[in-house]
Design a protein around this ligand. Structure first.
Ligand SMILES: [Zn+2]
Length: 216
């Protein structure tokens, strides 16, 4: 924990820890609280702080490049001359607006639509092969995971997955389908994934390395 700012206040009676958008930590404390005590509290809260920091970093709008990803390909943004659709993919991703916040809104809703179409089709494909039965599929905006499977057999997938190559989407689909029968990440679970998708390791690694780039 490097970036900790301590704010001392005469008015304060308790210790408050705040994780800032850049993941730095601000601790507000009563004016005379000794430093060792602050360190002790920070140590106790370390796991919680790290969890919040990761959430902040995942959420931060760090679109550092003009590259947009769709099914693993890189695109720059273009404004169409004669827009027929609000968003279209060709050599670029064409969005019928020059307003940055509208572009973001249009792209997000377009990505979600594509995610639904593609992921539902891939789930049906692999469920057909493996015989897995599920209740429903939801496309979510979960910031911390790519997919999940509830005990009610609802499969959830993050819409940003549609930015990844189809092989990576397939891996996540098979991962969640495997959770229909194996709720944990036991050896049996990974064996179930492997049977459905033998190359899963490669794409699991790919997602860990590149998933952070997927922003709108
Ligand atoms: Zn899992």
């Amino acid at each position: 924990m490097e970036k900790v700012t301590i704010v001392r206040s005469m008015q304060r009676r308790s210790v408050g820890i705040q994780i800032m958008p850049d993941a730095s930590v601000t601790v507000s404390v009563p004016y005379l609280l000794p430093k060792f005590y602050i360190s002790k509290i920070l140590k106790e809260k370390e796991a919680w702080i790290q969890q919040k920091q990761q959430l902040m970093l995942a959420r931060a709008p760090q679109k550092e490049s003009n590259i947009y990803y769709y099914l693993g390909k890189e695109y720059v943004l273009g404004v169409p001359l004669n827009p027929k659709e609000i968003v279209e993919v060709a050599d670029k991703i064409y969005v019928a607006s020059r307003n940055p916040s509208l572009i973001k809104t249009y792209l997000t809703s377009w990505y979600k639509q594509q995610a639904r179409k593609i992921i539902v089709a891939r789930v049906q494909h692999y469920a057909g092969i493996s015989g897995a039965t599920y209740k429903s599929i939801a496309i979510t905006s979960a910031e911390t995971r790519w997919g999940s499977c509830s005990s009610q057999k609802t499969l959830n997938f993050n819409w940003k997955l549609v930015m990844a190559p189809i092989e990576v989407i397939d891996y996540v689909v098979c991962h969640e389908l495997a959770h229909l029968t194996e709720l944990n990440h036991s050896r049996d679970f990974w064996e179930t994934v492997r049977k459905m998708y033998p190359l899963y390791r490669e794409y699991r690694t790919w997602l860990k390395r590149h998933g952070h780039k997927f922003r709108v």
